[in-house]
Each structure stands twice: as structure tokens, then as C-alpha cells.
Design a protein around this ligand. Structure first.
Ligand SMILES: [Fe+2]
Length: 400
């Protein structure tokens, strides 16, 4: 995160004596990225974060890529999957991936996690489609609600506490740091005036969660296709304070301010985050193009370098044929795509859209998993043909 934040108690000067009420020293920990060149934070623990009591056998945790998938547009339906597993990790089902990113859904039935979780290799962006609760981290608690992107940098130990009701999460696992778009930041890292959001929209942890009891604390660490089973003598939530630029935060899709124009604006105006070889964009309600001869529907386009994934969140598309809430569409590079029959004319004169969607554009091909194959709408590739039974205006038509 390109701003400084602190929470709890920290010493006046870094790397100096900072003592607990009993006279012992707090254990200082630097969590830094990119060697010592990236953003970092300094945490002050009651107990050293190194006190491993045992390490059990690792559990394989790797999605299976489906073989023999045709190069074609795909539509995956997930709306009927109210539950995809028991706890947060059991329910995490990856639907597509490449060397840069894994994209998963996660609809757990359990409300509490009886373990802690750390992704040691990837940043995670958890988009909350349905559900609310608290993201508890070693850097503090972040309350969340529908529409929130929860950005959890790699190595931040955390657990979720979900409120009653449906939980529906979209998880984007990035194997490189997730950042705000560089073009929206000045030399100092501050978000510029033309950015569709600013620092006030970012919600860092509100309060520390400090657990002091000695015991057995299980941390599942995801790395290289395994969940490594670590047990510690003390809770990883034992910080009394921290400061720095490295921390988890929430950003709501409802705080994304759309950029509009007289003629159709290209997908980068919707960009919200970037990482190595992919971007995350937010489609939100906005006024349509206001040139007197404007065509609000997007033009056909060829994604020469990108696979384009849309995840449908809320909006008019629910009343349309084909695409549902919680559907994915995947348009692979090399195959042109565009509006469905009749949509271009139908869009003329429309003033606004009320749809929400999350888009992930990758610069390397994505691979569907075996889990995704069962969710595929086999007729989708032909849905642009004039006599296809499901043709007609769709959300996809208005969302590039
Ligand atoms: Fe597109």
C-alpha cells in the first residue's frame, strides 16, 4: 500500500529497546517485500514469531487443470453452488489459473475457522460477493461487507469470521504483488486526482486482535501446491503494535468512481488493481457515452494478448437470458468477441447502466480446471449466432 499507517503501541525509534510491562523485550519483526527494496512494516510481538512446536505432514492442495479444452469463449455458472465446502480452505475451488494467477470461488458452510491461514507465495484479493463478517489478521481486524475487495498481502496470517447467511467469495491469488495502477500514482505514491479512487477509500485494520494465551496454534501455510501444517506455542495474533506500508486493507467496489466519455471508453478506465501479467477491473453503474451519435455498446475486439474473465456481481443481467449473477465468462486471446445480435442498435439512446462486475484480464493464457468443466454452459460459444435460442442483449454486451 502506498501510504503509511500505524496501529497500537510502537517504540519511538525502530530497532531499539521496547519493553513489556514485565520488563522483557517485545519481539520486533520486519515484514518486507522485494528483498529490502519493497514496502515493509515492523511488528512488535509479545512472543517471538519463530516458536514452532511441530510441523505435520503437508497436505496436497493443488487444482487439476482440465485437458483437451477447446479454444473458445466459455461461460461458467456458479450461482447454484450455495456451498462449495465446509471451511474456508475446503470450500476454495479453483476454476482457472496460469503461472501468474489462480481464480477461485469459495462458499464455505462454516462460520468460524479453527486454524489460521497464511499464503506464503501469493497475494490474495478476496472479493466479497455475498456475506459479511470480520477478516482477522495479525495486523488487526477489518470488518467486511458485500462489494469489498479484501487485499491480503502474502505472508499475512489471517482467519475469517463470517456472519450468518450465504457467503459467496471470489478469490484472486496473485503470484506477484497486487498494487493500485501505477499511472494513478505520483512519484511519492499518492493517488492522483484522475484516479477513480483515493486513499480515503482504502480501509486498513481498525483494531488489533491480541491473543496472549499459551497453547497450540495451527497455521496452514499454502505454498507450492501444499498446505503446510505448522503448530506454534503462541498465537500469531499477538502483536501490540505495528507501522509501515505493508498491510491488508479493504476497498469497496461501491467506492469506485467510473470514468466516462463522449464515446466508448476502453476497459483500462475500469482498472482497479494491477499485478505482474494481469489486471483487475471494476465495472460499476455509470452514465453512458454522451456524443450525439455515440454507440454505448462496445465494439467487437480481438484480445490479441489477453484472456478476459468477467465475473458478474449485480445488475440488469439477472433478468436476461444466459448470464447469471455469479457467472464467469472467459474470452480467450486470439478469438474476437463483441455484442450479441441486436445489442448494438438496442444500446443507442441508453443513458446509463446499473451493472456491477469484476474483470480479470491476463496477458498469458488461462487454463480451466476439472472443477470448472462441470460448470460450463456448452452452448455459449455459439450464442452469437442469429438463430441461437439464447441470443439477445446481455450484461456481457455492455462490459467489453
Ligand atoms: Fe472484451
Amino acid at each position: 500500500m502506498p501510504f503509511y499507517y500505524k496501529l497500537g503501541e510502537i517504540p519511538q525509534k525502530r530497532h531499539t529497546q521496547f519493553r513489556q510491562p514485565d520488563g522483557s523485550l517485545y519481539a520486533e519483526q520486519l515484514v518486507g517485500t522485494l528483498g529490502f527494496s519493497g514496502v515493509s512494516s515492523l511488528l512488535y510481538h509479545i512472543n517471538p514469531p519463530t516458536k514452532i512446536s511441530r510441523i505435520d505432514e503437508p497436505v496436497p492442495f493443488k487444482p487439476k487443470v482440465a485437458e483437451g479444452i477447446k479454444l473458445a469463449p466459455h461461460h461458467l455458472r456458479t450461482l447454484n453452488l450455495e456451498v462449495t465446502g465446509t471451511d474456508y480452505l475446503d470450500a476454495r475451488k479453483t476454476v482457472m489459473l496460469n503461472n501468474d494467477v489462480d481464480i477461485s470461488i469459495c462458499n464455505p458452510s462454516e462460520r468460524e475457522m479453527n486454524y489460521y491461514y497464511k499464503n506464503a507465495a501469493s497475494d490474495e484479493v478476496v472479493f466479497v460477493h455475498d456475506g459479511s463478517g470480520d477478516l482477522l489478521t495479525q495486523m488487526g481486524r477489518i470488518p467486511f461487507k458485500p462489494g469489498d475487495y479484501l487485499v491480503i498481502p502474502r505472508t499475512v496470517i489471517h482467519k475469517f469470521r463470517f456472519d450468518e447467511g450465504q457467503t459467496r467469495l471470489l478469490i484472486i491469488e496473485s503470484h506477484s504483488p497486487v498494487e493500485t495502477p501505477r499511472r494513478y500514482r505520483n512519484h511519492f505514491g499518492q493517488l492522483l486526482e484522475h484516479s477513480p479512487f483515493c486513499e480515503r477509500d482504502m480501509r486498513p485494520p481498525v483494531e488489533l486482535v491480541t491473543e496472549t494465551e499459551k497453547g497450540e496454534y495451527r497455521v496452514q501455510i499454502k505454498k507450492e501446491g501444499y498446505l503446510h501444517q505448522y503448530y506454534y506455542e503462541f498465537s500469531p495474533f499477538d502483536a501490540v503494535g505495528w507501522d509501515g506500508y505493508f498491510f491488508p486493507y479493504a476497498f469497496s467496489i461501491y467506492d469506485f468512481e467510473p470514468i466516462t466519455g463522449r464515446v466508448h471508453q476502453p476497459p483500462p478506465v475500469h482498472q482497479t488493481f494491477e499485478a505482474h501479467n494481469f489486471v483487475i477491473c471494476s465495472f460499476v453503474p455509470r452514465l453512458f457515452d454522451y456524443h450525439p451519435l455515440a454507440i454505448p455498446a462496445p465494439y467487437n475486439h480481438s484480445n490479441v494478448d489477453s484472456d478476459e474473465v468477467l465475473y458478474y456481481v449485480e445488475g440488469d443481467f439477472m433478468s436476461r437470458k444466459g448470464v447469471d449473477r455469479a457467472s464467469f465468462t472467459v474470452h480467450p486471446g486470439g478469438i474476437p468477441h463483441g455484442p450479441h445480435p441486436g445489442t448494438v442498435e438496442a444500446s443507442i439512446g441508453k443513458k446509463e447502466t446499473h451493472e456491477y462486475a469484476v474483470m480479470i484480464d491476463t496477458f498469458k493464457p488461462l487454463h480451466l480446471t476439472e472443477y470448472a468443466v462441470d460448470l460450463m454452459d456448452k452452448n455459449y460459444p455459439m450464442s452469437w449466432s442469429e438463430d441461437h435460442p439464447t441470443n439477445g442483449p446481455r450484461a456481457a454486451d455492455m462490459m467489453d
